[in-house]
Design a binder for this molecule. Sequence first.
Ligand code: GDP
Ligand code: MG
Length: 442
Amino acid sequence: MSDIIAKTQRLSTTESSEDSQSFMSADTSIGSDEYIEDILWFEWNDDQALRDHLSRHGTRNIASLLDDSLEAWKRKSVNIAVIGQSGKGKSSLINALRGLTEADKDAAAVGEQETTRKCTPYSHPKYNNIMYWDIPGCSKETFEKKKYLQQINYRYYDYFLIVSSERFLEADIWLAKELMEKGKRDRCYFIRSKVDIDMASRRRRAMLQNEIFDERQAFQDFQVVVKADMFKALGDSTPFQLFLLSSHFPNRYEFQNLQVKLVVDALAEKRFSLAFGMNSLAQPLLDYKRRVLSDRRKKVALQACSCMPETPSGLKIVSTRLPSINAELEFYKEQLSLDDTGLNTVACRAGVTVQDLRRTVELNAPVLSDSEISNILLEKYRYYLEKEGKKPLGKTKLFFTGQQKIAFKAISKFLDEQMNTYIKDTDKLIDYVKTTTENNTV
Ligand SMILES: Nc1nc2c(ncn2[C@@H]2O[C@H](COP(=O)(O)OP(=O)(O)O)[C@@H](O)[C@H]2O)c(=O)[nH]1
Ligand SMILES: [Mg+2]
């Protein structure tokens, strides 16, 4: 799976590095800039408006554009339809994808009989541009086949997750075929839910027959059976996307594979939204987030420095931009599952308190106060000033003052170092999750 993300990344890198070539040549006409390597964040950045601005006007008046670019992913709407008959596990899946359990305040109610013609939206707990839709499958009580697709407004959704917990039903197969006909095949995912129950009954059977139970092997055998069932029902041997999962155990089976696949399959302009909206400890997703966050880091540093182009002192720049730097650190924690919500989810699933979790995992990333951040930044600023100060600090061709350039370096370096400490903590968290009994094996 990580290969797919890497490939996708390479593709977008290739595209944008061609663009950056043209930007580089445009910039050469302005004149060379010894600091330009530090501002090469646009290398795999897809933001044309930002690149155009930099090539035409340098960093002058760029702060609002940067703001816009950093927040753009929050404005891309993503709609995920979760469809299936009553009782198959739709609401539980929606909760798990939102990083919630049914005990959480904003969770979808679980175990309710569906009798209404209602598509119910559930927003991501933090970002309301990401919506999960709980959609009853067609039946006598809910929607009928004839107008089903129109009534659920099928054109609206980016993805269709068709949920089934036993054999695929006639209504599921009918829906898959209809969506395929409408050209939505690549947007459809078959979900076999409640796999923990299937695995428990296989374990029991093995025990009764005095056989050794190999869970990994049993899961693989089960996958073969479900796949065959799906192909038979569809009457089609072409691979169809199928995930066997349990919403009660999102760190096991194929739950994380589904999360990664949704990000990989996202339209390019929505990929950040999906990735940032995904509460997951899946390694390929974390690797991807790390790259994207590293890209953001340079924008945040540039934004911090360009807000006050006339400020004479870089020291002042460093110390007055604390709120935005702090906000970025919080964002890193949130994305790497180290904020309260992320830790709480891991603790809940492992059946321990957050304090116990912190103690066991020995998270090292310090919680820095404003004055500590300010001191570290100033120290870095002075270091670079000392190092670079021997060179003239006149205005550069990107219209940065010398102090702004140094502040940029200091902030960018600081964010990079902090991110690395967080990543080490997240690696420990993943190891912990792997070793807790709840999450081990498959
Ligand atoms: N063991 C297990 N039970 C599940 C799972 N998903 C849902 N359930 C249970 O199945 C029942 C119906 O789930 P619900 O999410 O309300 O299904 P919906 O009617 O399709 O929305 C509830 O009792 C859930 O607790 C799962 O992954 N594992
Ligand atoms: Mg429901």
